[in-house]
Design a protein around this ligand. Sequence first.
Ligand code: APR
Ligand code: ZN
Length: 234
Amino acid sequence: MAKIVILSGAGLSAESGISTFRDSGGLWEEYDVSVVCNHDSLDINKDITIEFYNKRRSELEDKEANHAHKVIAQLKSEYPNDIAVITQNVDNLFEKAQMKSDEVIHLHGFMPEIRCRECEKVYDIGYKKLQDFNDGQCLECSADLRPNIVFFGESAPMYERLNAEISNCELFIVIGTSGEVVGVNSIAQYVTRSILNNLEPSRAIEDSLFSKVLYMKATEAIDEIAKEIDDFLE
Ligand code: APR
Ligand code: ZN
């Protein structure tokens, strides 16, 4: 298990041009989360839901990893066994920063992938529309395919990896998440040292629980965070 856990959210990708969820102008202001990201969305709003993810998938094509993704990728390659990179983000910007797929834990799924609703087989379709892949049907069993994204109310198996990684984490770093979904307060409470980097305070995060708080852009905070990681692991 890693000594250091870096948990990120939508704020990490904001400077790459990918909108966050709950900031002003965020995704959940534009779309009703209960329509397109609920466990029953594909049954009651199938077309709107498929189209919502097709649009977000295609928008990834021209997005680039920013300085924060690249520094984290560099740190992971320098300290492969000491750092766990865990993200709530479903974009592929860590992968665009040359991280291998087994170096990043995507808690809420991965936008370039679609999954069979029956046999669970996963296909990587890049930036294409779901229905343009074999008419939206599984190659193995012909059942309907769906975005490989965790919707609210669905099981999120990768949380077991998060719990395992934080079990003996000594330095917990939070970058760009409001804490509305992954509760970061309880983790910050029992690790030796913790760093919070957001643009501004969040009602879901008790920042006094963190050893260090950086209210600034991730691309500005990341160099200070990297120095702290280097010092911690030297
Ligand atoms: N640098 C650092 N932090 C930033 C930046 C930035 N450039 N821009 C925004 N932030 C911070 C905001 O201060 C906010 O705390 O990122 C956070 C974004 O919060 P949310 O929009 O709630 O995104 P996130 O926490 O990732 O949402 C968690 O909710 O809807 C679900 O599955 C979805 O994974 C998502 C989860
Ligand atoms: Zn199938």
